[in-house]
Design a protein around this ligand. Structure first.
Ligand SMILES: CC1(C)CN=C(N2CCN(c3ncnc4sc(C(F)(F)C(F)(F)F)cc34)CC2)S1
Length: 490
């Protein structure tokens, strides 16, 4: 795998953001595939020099250019690249692995090389541990970083069939002649034994959100570049971002967007939407349309089984006090999670729903019930309907799961929220009780309960709460009990 070509070398020393964008454009648009290791080293070096106080020096020659970046010399990058190249080539004797396609042994071997060269123990959730710069200069990588390094390592070895697979909270690889082989290559979460080398679970974990019912984002080389750009972390500390790093990430994401490499990557579209909300670029679409594109992408390519596109959108509406719209986004997020079984690997999305239910919605109720306006969301039946759909989805998520979701801490904010709506508003929402056996049964027994027709059936059997004059469908018995309890209370 050759390193930089002449047209890339000519861009060095890199002194500003447009030059980095130019380097990425060269790598993304030329005939051979973009070099993951080189691009990860470049953005990792820039990120670390602008966000880590302890500037791991890389020939920052005085004086720093007036532009926004410390000077990045070609020699420093080439030294790091050849170090990575030598680690991988030195550890893997290719004579043992027939090409052209990778095998499970090869993937596991590359994962072992990365794994065994990491610092023994370090704080895994720290920021700035995602790039090969961190790996080569600090022997530290986070969960995503290990998976990315394995794919970059396989690229160095010439296995172009090994690609990154991404769920909303985990990363693994696909490989083989038909790209249908899967392998764990990194760890997930805290205190879980890693399953490296194993294929992605067909058992209980297959029904957990963590594996998005086998609808992960399967990256091309170009989408792997989008993943490394998405993983850029501009945060300086808990409250501030390094402005230039955020700007670089935004410019690179727009380059990838224009080249069409974000079409099937909802989270990258969401990341770009967040950056655009903070610093909108002239002549670009509104950030809300990026959140909508992310939702359309998840619906088109991933059978609407990703949650984050709806929480990106709901978060935007919430920050802009568009509470009615936020309720709809969160209810749509809940319609996704209702068809999964909650497992202990799903803590991240549990925390997401917990924050919405017990922090964000109660805050909205507080600010909305302070003033008396006829336009208040407390007077809108569709708000009540969407809140019930939101809560109902969480109830159904718990149904049939080995691990409980709800506890008393959920009940108080829930009842408090529902009781803020007057009976005349509540009465405008049509609730029809589902046949609970049928509903429970259909989720429980279908091995692949997400295949299309079941999914459609499942979804209509779930909870839809709409105003009286619109067609409604069945409601999950759990919500019926909830509303009955509230009526009694009221
Ligand atoms: C609406 C939100 C709460 C705001 N940020 C969210 N993010 C931030 C960005 N993010 C991501 N953005 C792009 N790509 C990826 S791949 C990935 C992962 F699979 F979990 C990995 F690789 F294990 F870390 C995560 C992730 C994770 C989700 S969701």
């Amino acid at each position: 795998m050759a390193g930089f070509r002449e047209i890339d070398k000519a861009l060095f020393p890199i002194k500003n953001i447009p030059t980095v964008v130019h380097l990425f454009k060269n790598q993304l648009e030329n005939s051979t595939e973009p070099n993951l290791a080189l691009l990860s080293i470049v953005v990792g070096a820039i990120e670390n020099s602008l966000t880590c106080r302890s500037n791991i020096s890389f020939q920052i020659s005085e004086p720093v250019e007036p532009s926004s970046l410390p000077i990045l010399e070609l020699q420093a990058v080439e030294e790091m690249y050849s170090k990575f190249h030598n680690i991988i080539k030195g550890a893997v004797d290719l004579k043992n692995y027939a090409k052209p396609f990778a095998t499970r042994d090869l993937v596991k071997k590359v994962s072992d090389v990365i794994w065994n060269s990491l610092t023994r123990s370090y704080y895994k959730d720290r920021a700035h541990l995602q790039s090969l710069y961190s790996y080569l200069n600090g022997s530290k990588l986070d969960c995503f970083g290990v998976a990315f390094a394995v794919v970059a390592g396989c690229q160095v070895l010439g296995f172009s069939d090994v690609h990154l697979a991404l769920s909303e909270d985990h990363a693994w690889v696909v490989f083989g002649e038909y790209s249908n082989q899967t392998a764990e290559v990194t760890w997930h979460g805290k205190g879980n034994e890693d399953k490296r080398g194993q294929e992605i679970g067909r058992g209980v974990s297959a029904r957990s959100w963590l594996y998005v019912n086998n609808k992960p984002v399967i990256c091309t080389r170009h989408m792997e570049v989008a993943a490394l750009v998405s993983a850029i972390n501009p945060s300086l500390n808990a409250t501030h971002d390094a402005f230039e790093v955020g700007l670089l990430q935004q410019e690179l994401l727009w380059l990838l967007y224009d080249l069409g490499h974000l079409k099937k990557y909802p989270m990258a579209l969401g990341n770009l939407g967040d950056l655009e909300e903070i610093a909108p670029k002239d002549g670009r679409v509104q950030c809300i349309s990026l959140f909508n594109e992310a939702i359309q992408s998840a619906r088109s390519y991933y059978n609407n089984q990703h949650v984050y596109p709806y929480t990106y959108q709901g978060g935007y509406f919430y920050r802009h006090k568009m509470y009615k719209e936020a309720f709809e986004s969160w209810a749509n997020a809940s319609d996704v999670i209702r068809l999964y079984n909650y497992s202990r690997d799903d803590e991240e999305i549990y925390k997401e729903f917990l924050e919405i239910a017990n922090e964000l919605i109660p805050h909205i109720m507080k600010v909305e019930s302070s003033g008396f306006s006829s336009n208040s969301i407390l007077k809108k039946p569709e708000c009540f309907a969407n809140l019930l759909r939101f809560y109902d989805g969480i109830c159904q998520w718990e149904e049939g799961s080995a691990t409980p979701v709800l506890h008393i801490g959920w009940a108080k904010p829930l009842v408090n929220t529902i009781s803020k709506f007057d009976s005349d508003v509540r009465a405008q929402v049509n609730i029809i009780c589902a046949d609970s056996d049928e509903d429970k049964h259909s989720k429980e027994t279908n091995g692949n309960f997400f295949n299309n027709n079941n999914y459609e059936k499942e979804n209509t059997a779930g909870a839809k709460f709409e105003e009286k004059d619109q067609s409604t469908s069945n409601v999950h018995p759990s919500i019926e009990a909830l509303t009955a309890a509230c009526s009694e209370k009221l």
